[in-house]
Design a protein around this ligand. Structure first.
Ligand SMILES: Nc1ncnc2c1ncn2[C@@H]1O[C@H](COP(=O)(O)OP(=O)(O)OP(=O)(O)O)[C@@H](O)[C@H]1O
Length: 590
């Protein structure tokens, strides 16, 4: 036999789905009941009708009473008894603009904490109706007594769920979800709402409004914000504020934004409402147009959300640009705390790049200054790519009259290179250790010839460590020796070390990456250093070897180079050898 049949739904399965997969906690039942009451009050639309929601909790149950529109008996059959049926949408979707509910499943959340839900409701001029729904999926409808238009929902705690009916818990939850509602909600007689939006532009003087917002931030963030930025995105009917955090925020921590939809709290931890780079701010907003996900704990990812995120980003950027114009000292203070976020933004945003260029001081070998200042002084941007290279080269480069920026901090190298795109007249060069060596003076050929024997001995002393001894003359004379490694050379040295340990096949593969060895790290001895001159003058090859080994060790330590086992062994040998010579022992006594 053919014909239309209707799905049967096992309510226990649906309740399990809601409690374990949709909602993060049974506590949402308070929100769903409040939301229905708010919608009912909104729907009544009669300006003379009272707008009241009262909740009474006693640890064993909860009664939620509203002065809303109520339901007729037919509507009770239609809306309460059909899962997924909602009176709050129509085919054109207009209703969504007015009401919080839309899915027709909210009431089921009551079954997270109760086995029975009783609704007594009365529509204007109609008799009251009672509906009793049970978690086993059955329900009954009958006549009821109710003097006024409105609805009363009554829940009795399921054994084990009493904690959710505790009066303090219910009051806290009602205040959390509903504190911005524009009309009164009471829990056991005490008002938990009625404050409206803390950022409303009302008759308060501007100073008072700001002080109130700072107080509000202290309540919700637990800290005094660095600044308060008004947000306004008309397209999403969104208003609110961004609180700029007074301490550095973790870029990975993107939660913490509080979103209200039509004045009811959606979540305290919405991540995707602000751009990634804005991790220095926490926002609190209310929107009439953004849509919730079905769990009502996050925002539905649609084009409107994307455009809203962009608009909020624009407004935060605008605040920064305005700060630059009106209060540079505060901007510098802000950058001191949040430079990472701003730099991350500057990687893609020219205005922010200009801001970083003008205001963020970088480390250079001639003191801290902004890149703009550095360009003005030196006509170009010369930088080292790592902090280690900077440490190695800063002093010696300064002695050669070369100013250099430490590009080793997060984003700095990328930003410096981007400055070249922004201003093509700026030359940007990376100072590499071997470039620096090419600026050192060669030693007089005759002198070098005379030191051939010394250089041979010195080279043999460090041969096994894969480095090349070079004699040059450079400033300052107080630096006897430099160990210069290029990144490429360091990589190849690592490769060679690995190849020595690897088996034949793998070694063959690795050797394909290894070019001829003319780029070995250089041990540059400074012929201007009195100490080096004295070492050159040592006749005894054993003493020369010890001294060169010691200089090698010192150069490694000064440049913060990694000490390999072979280096440690050499350092040890040379230290003991020198000690032996310095401290006369029994042998020399005789
Ligand atoms: N307090 C109330 N007063 C009047 N009608 C109500 C009340 N509570 C529920 N209803 C009716 O019951 C229907 C179903 O409510 P339910 O909470 O399950 O879904 P919803 O509010 O429409 O959507 P959502 O699942 O998004 O909450 C509502 O659409 C509304 O018509």
């Amino acid at each position: 036999m053919s014909g239309q049949r209707t799905f049967q739904v096992d309510l226990r399965g649906v309740v399990d789905l809601l409690s374990h997969h949709l909602y993060s906690s049974p506590r949402v039942y308070v929100r769903e009941l409040m939301q229905n009451a708010v919608d009912a009050v909104t729907a009544r639309g009669d300006a003379c009708a009272p707008r009241r929601i009262s909740m009474v909790a006693d640890g064993r149950g909860l009664v939620v009473e509203d002065t809303g529109i109520g339901l007729t008996e037919e509507q009770v059959h239609e809306f309460l008894a059909t899962i997924g049926r909602s009176s709050k949408r129509d085919e054109l979707g207009f209703a969504r603009h007015e009401f919080l509910g839309q899915f027709g499943i909210g009431l089921l959340s009551a079954f997270l904490v109760a086995d029975e839900v009783r609704v007594v409701t009365r529509a204007e001029g109609r008799p009251a109706v009672a509906w009793t729904g049970r978690s086993d999926g059955t329900y009954g409808i009958g006549p009821a007594e109710r003097a006024e238009t409105g609805t009363t929902v009554t829940l009795a705690a399921r054994a084990g769920a009493e904690q959710w009916f505790d009066p303090t818990t219910v009051a806290e939850l009602a205040a959390l979800y509903g504190s911005m509602l524009p009309f009164e909600v009471t829990v056991n007689g005490a008002a938990v709402t009625g404050g409206g939006l803390p950022w409303a532009r009302d008759e308060r003087p501007a100073g008072q409004r700001r002080a109130d917002l700072v107080g509000y931030a202290q309540d919700v963030l637990g800290t005094t914000p660095f600044d308060v930025v008004d947000l306004d995105v008309p397209e999403a009917a969104l208003t609110g504020v961004a609180f700029v955090l007074p301490f550095p925020a973790n870029p990975a921590d993107r939660g913490g934004n509080r979103v209200h939809l039509k004045r009811m709290l959606l979540s305290e931890g919405v991540a995707d409402l602000v751009p990634d780079w804005a991790f220095f701010a926490r926002v609190v907003v209310d929107s009439g147009e953004l849509r919730p996900t079905a769990s009502r704990e996050g925002l539905y990812a649609d084009d409107l959300l994307d455009r809203t995120r962009e608009a909020i980003g624009e407004q935060l950027r605008g605040w920064l640009v305005n700060l630059e114009r009106t209060d540079p000292r505060r901007l510098t203070k802000f950058l001191g705390v949040h430079h990472l976020g701003v730099k991350a933004l500057a990687l893609h945003d020219d205005d922010m790049l200009r801001l970083v260029d003008q205001w963020w001081p970088v480390e250079t070998n001639t003191g801290r200054m902004t890149t703009a200042e550095f360009r003005a002084r030196h006509g170009e941007l010369r930088y080292t790519a790592t902090a280690d290279e900077f440490r190695q080269l800063a002093g010696v480069a300064a002695a050669q009259g070369l100013a250099v920026i430490n590009g080793g901090y997060t984003y700095d190298t990328e930003l410096i290179e981007r400055l070249a795109d922004l201003d093509p007249t700026t030359a940007v060069t990376r100072l590499s250790p071997t470039d620096l060596a090419t600026r050192f003076d060669a030693v007089d050929p005759e002198v070098e010839l005379g030191l051939r024997g010394f250089l041979g001995t010195a080279q043999r002393a460090v041969d096994g460590l894969g480095c090349e001894v070079v004699l040059r003359a450079f400033d300052p004379p107080s630096t006897p020796v430099l160990f210069l490694v290029d990144r490429d050379a360091a990589f190849r040295a690592e490769l060679r070390a690995t190849r020595e340990r690897a088996d034949e096949l793998w070694a063959g593969v690795l050797s394909a990456f290894d070019k001829p060895t003319d780029d070995r790290p250089q041990l540059v001895l400074n012929h201007r250093s009195p100490l080096v001159r004295r070492v050159c003058a040592l006749g005894d090859p054993a003493a020369v070897a010890l001294a060169v080994e010691a200089l090698y060790g010192q150069a490694l330590l000064l440049g913060h180079h990694p000490i390999r086992p072979a280096d440690a062994a050499l350092l040890n040998r040379s230290f003991l050898g020198l000690l032996e010579r310095a401290v006369p022992g029994e042998d020399s006594d005789r």
